[in-house]
Design a protein around this ligand. Sequence first.
Ligand code: NAD
Length: 342
Amino acid sequence: MRSALICGAGGFIGSHLARRLKAEGYYVRGVDLKYPEFSTSAADDFILGDLRDPYVCKHVLDRPFDEVYQFAADMGGAGYIFTGENDADVMHNSALINLNIAPLCVRQRVGKVFYSSSACIYPAYNQQDPHNPNCREDSAYPAQPDSEYGWEKLFSERLYLAFQRNYGLRIYIARFHNIYGPEGVWRGGREKAPAALCRKVAEAPNGGEIEIWGDGRQTRSFLYVDECIEAIRRMIASNFTGPLNIGSDEMITINDLARKIIRISGKRLSIRNVPGPEGVRGRNSDNTLIRQVLGWSPNYPLELGLRQTYAWILQQVKNAATTPAEEVTQLSCANGLRGYSG
Ligand code: NAD
């Protein structure tokens, strides 16, 4: 039986991957600060632990797993990573996790290590034109990510690549572009644009309005979580170790994204653009390389993914309306991670 360790198995992508690996017959160990918030983990064995702590890491990585998936990071949407308020925590917490995990994978002779980097590593100077951003894998240097979150991801890419060069660690690096779907964070400050907009639309009274950060003409692309999991599995089964974009190339403005969600909801709502953190002007996944090396690329239409996500978030909003306020606070705290206490 093949074995896998998922770091960050209580999070959005990690919990979806645990389900997929179990369906493929793996033995799965998960580790996270928290259990998945919206479903029971599919992992055979789930350790609640802080991966900033080297002793926890040693305990978790106590055998030669065939595959390690490293998703654990201190992260969130624009409201978390672009305000500057969380920069020290984001860099420190996520870097510590990677500094701990990389050498242990060598020591335990792990077969393959998958590291989830981000489109946020791409230089800001290539993403100023909302209609023509450049996010080719080979455009990462000269580096100029627009956030400390992006700099930490770039540092950790290089860290893993150095372990590959010097210690023979087999490392797969993917750069995710805005993954969305059911069971992702949808409130509390760490949610990303699709979830935040679905929530705003679901909560708005018919005939009301929703607020959008920025002028709404900034562009992005969004990848449905099932496609992300498929891409991860195809990549790790291949000989191509990356870095590789895993994203959709169906680019859309944020205002149009909101209009799509409003249409799906069946409500009549207007949009008000307000100042707020928004990141680069344009970003789109360049899928030339993934098509070339995997002979496949994501193509699930945004419209379909949004329908499923909206339906799920609408249900969460309805459930929340009947949940006592005290429980809501506890849930948001469980999802948080501030400061280093180790
Ligand atoms: P997520 O926040 O849902 O999952 C990350 C998990 O890591 C969380 O459950 C969190 O509790 C856990 N974690 C954080 N610090 C930890 C620690 N010290 N010890 C143990 N666990 C810890 O995020 P996600 O959307 O599932 O993203 C997974 C990975 O992919 C992250 O590394 C993220 O940076 C990267 N990524 C995601 C996206 C996206 O759109 N979702 C885009 C680019 C990159």
